[in-house]
Design a protein around this ligand. Structure first.
Ligand code: HEC
Ligand code: HEC
Length: 322
């Protein structure tokens, strides 16, 4: 698998270089707005691992990017330190405040063993045995392989420790009771590492891993039932109530409602730069996904994502079309 390519220079150039044959986007203001957004994103993680860093740490940084851990665990709005938590995630069940996942031994996860970390991502269980809410997308991360989890932890532990205390969630009755998550998990959570499908080739399997597990695209793009579980029959078919109550488009290859009229390179270009095929720029929660996650993937990995997405069944859903 290709290694991470940390560093900002690459990102600046791709904003001004449009892929050949595309029509001009909506003029310069878009490009500048986009460049400013990317710079903001980069500033939060200014100091990446130094050259010659441990291979596990460098691999872990790539996993960290592909899995998009930064956005939720950083309270950008209130200028919170990277990964120190405190970001408010409003949901129909109340507001979650993400915890500190820096290596601070008291307020963060600095005292955690590898096994604690793996159990959290794989089983949605805290070191004290209590259940996590699926607002932490472990129902997707459960499919990660163990090496990726270990390397991810190595990267997190290479980041600066920040002593920001966690803030309690503010949930509506009765969702504040963690023990109620046990039956929820029985009903809706399938634990376990992704098993490759031998009837499909390596690129498809890589794409499935990136979309369904690391990239957790369905956490936003798949509709949920009244108990907040994703509807697996309507995978990626759009979500009328996504993050912050906003609509998230259908990204199955359905020609009317989804992205069936996009080419694979429209999708890889979008995931790299944020430019839509009509020259407009991604908005909402997808801006963070692109500038902090898919924009850092290798071209090979973005191609795998496109391969997998265009191989999904086209589902008519709450997309932009009729
Ligand atoms: C969609 C937002 C979101 C994303 C993305 C996300 N998390 Fe979280 N995470 C949460 C929330 C919310 C909680 C708190 C869950 C709870 O209290 O039950 C949490 C909890 C955790 C915890 C438990 C911390 C503790 O003190 O018990 C760890 C560890 C963690 N996340 C690591 C990660 C890693 C690593 C990634 C990337 C692979 C990640 N998270 C991505 C929202 C997110
Ligand atoms: C945190 C929530 C979130 C996650 C995770 C997420 N998306 Fe999105 N995505 C959105 C939102 C919101 C939009 C609509 C953006 C807008 O309004 O411009 C969007 C837009 C898109 C679009 C444009 C569709 C169109 O018709 O305009 C594509 C393609 C897309 N996402 C693909 C992906 C893929 C692939 C992944 C996983 C690697 C992913 N998204 C992960 C929230 C998310």
């Amino acid at each position: 698998m290709p290694q991470a390519v940390p560093g900002g220079g690459k990102i600046d150039t791709r904003l001004v270089t449009r892929s050949p044959g595309r029509k001009a986007c909506g003029g310069r203001p878009f490009i500048w707005a986009a460049a400013a957004l990317f710079h903001l994103g980069l500033a939060t993680l200014a100091a990446g691992p130094a050259a010659g860093a441990e291979p596990a740490v460098a691999r872990g940084e790539y996993i960290f990017r592909a899995a998009g851990c930064l956005t939720c665990h950083t309270d950008t709005k209130n200028k919170g330190a990277p990964l120190a938590g405190g970001r408010a995630l409003p949901t129909p069940f109340g507001t979650f405040y993400t915890p500190n996942i820096t290596p601070d031994p008291v307020h963060g996860i600095g005292a955690w063993s590898d096994a604690d970390f793996i159990t959290a991502l794989r089983e949605g269980l805290a070191p004290d045995g209590s259940h996590y809410y699926p607002a932490f997308p472990y129902p997707s991360y459960t499919g990660m392989n163990e090496r990726d989890m270990r390397d991810l932890k190595a990267y997190l532990f290479s980041r600066p420790a920040v002593a920001t205390p966690n803030r309690a969630h503010d949930l509506k009755f009765p969702f504040g009771f963690r023990f109620a998550l046990w039956p929820w998990k029985l009903l809706f959570f399938t634990e376990g590492r992704r098993i490759e499908d031998p009837s499909k080739d390596a690129q498809w399997n890589r794409g499935a891993y990136l979309v369904e597990n690391l990239g957790h695209c369905g956490e936003c793009h798949t509709p949920r039932n009244f108990l907040g579980a994703v509807d697996r029959e309507r995978r990626l078919a759009g979500n009328p109530v996504g993050p912050e109550g906003k609509k998230v488009p259908n990204v199955t290859p359905h020609p009317g409602n989804g992205i069936g009229d996009w080419s694979k390179s429209d999708l890889t270009y979008f995931l790299k730069t944020g430019f839509l095929p009509d020259g407009d720029f991604a908005g909402g929660a997808m801006t963070d996904v692109i500038q902090e996650s898919t924009g850092f993937l290798s071209d090979e990995d973005r191609a795998a994502v496109a391969r997998y997405i265009f191989g999904l069944p086209p589902i008519s859903g709450p997309g932009a079309g009729p």
